[in-house]
Design a protein around this ligand. Structure first.
Ligand SMILES: NC(=O)c1ccc[n+]([C@@H]2O[C@H](COP(=O)([O-])OP(=O)(O)OC[C@H]3O[C@@H](n4cnc5c(N)ncnc54)[C@H](OP(=O)(O)O)[C@@H]3O)[C@@H](O)[C@H]2O)c1
Length: 259
């Protein structure tokens, strides 16, 4: 088994019905991992599940579940086989400045992101500990390092999740469990499409003009392919990344200006 190989491991992949989560599912499955796909859109999960590589030792499944349903989430997840690898990924909160957001918007984001993450972690912690191998990987945003204008609730909740993850990294490191945050920059998904449309409408320019403006902020001069973000996640999930714990890893083409 190479140190990048994930055969014999299972991952729960959140937000797997599209975008970065879907790309992560494909990357982990191609490295031999069995998957449990999670998101709300049952049809999309079923279709992705059917497309995953499936050699003899790999078994994939899916469950339509809403991370915002805090009261019923743990029971809904009960039937799934437990995992050593947890990909904590979900839909980003609605845009808007922090000062104008309703208090309820912060509470909803906290439930969908932090409370769901805690539920998913607690469902799998015993499995990770008994395997002596755990990988908890959140998909957050470069806003952890540098808040993004117009994403007030998102900036806030990303910071909270990053602090949660850093705390866990210290607590769980002795059990062979690492906890790391991947911070996507502009990544070519539906989420980026809606953010660009929103920005374009506010600036009264075309979506194409806004896309060019955003690309110009990136030293790489382009948006990321979700597969590039997924490759970083797959590395962090692997045995080879065993000494990387508690980090924030931007996958942003060099856009973030902070160290
Ligand atoms: N794309 C970018 O440029 C970019 C940049 C920085 C950060 N990010 C962040 O990275 C994450 C993934 O980005 P993305 O572009 O792949 O986003 P996306 O295309 O909007 O996909 C989000 C995924 O989360 C699932 N989801 C949303 N709400 C959910 C809920 N309540 N319960 C369960 N699943 C839910 C969605 O599936 P269902 O609708 O089927 O539930 C979907 O699979 C997001 O948090 C995003 O904000 C993205």
């Amino acid at each position: 088994m190479s140190d990048l190989d994930l055969r014999g491991r299972r991952a729960w992949v959140g937000g797997a019905s599209q975008g970065i989560g879907e790309a992560i599912a494909l990357a982990l499955a191609s490295r031999g991992c069995s998957l449990s796909l999670l998101a709300r859109n049952a049809a999309a999960l079923e279709a992705l599940c059917a497309r995953l590589p499936r050699p003899a030792q790999q078994e994939h499944g899916w469950l339509a579940v809403d991370f915002s349903q805090t009261g019923t989430l743990a029971a809904a997840l009960e039937t799934l086989p437990r995992a050593e690898i947890l990909i904590l990924n979900s839909g980003g909160p609605s845009p808007g400045p922090a000062h104008a957001a309703a208090p309820e918007a912060f509470a909803a984001a906290f439930a969908q992101h932090l409370l769901a993450n805690q539920t998913l972690l607690q469902q799998n912690l015993a499995q990770m500990r008994s395997a002596g191998y755990g990988r908890v990987i959140t998909v957050l945003s470069t806003s952890v390092k540098q808040p993004i204008a117009g994403l007030g609730v998102s900036n806030t909740i990303r910071g909270a999740v990053a602090a949660w993850a850093k705390t866990l990294a210290s607590e769980l490191g002795p059990d062979g469990i690492t906890v790391n945050n991947v911070l996507p920059g502009y990544t070519d998904t539906k989420r980026l499409g809606s953010i660009m449309a929103n920005k374009a409408a506010k600036a009264a320019v075309s979506v194409e003009a806004m896309a060019a403006q955003l690309r110009a902020e990136v030293p790489a001069g382009r948006f990321a392919d979700p597969a590039e973000t997924a490759a970083a996640v797959a590395f962090l999930a692997s045995p080879q990344a065993g000494y990387i714990n508690g980090i924030n890893l931007p996958v942003d083409g060099g856009r973030t200006q902070s160290l």
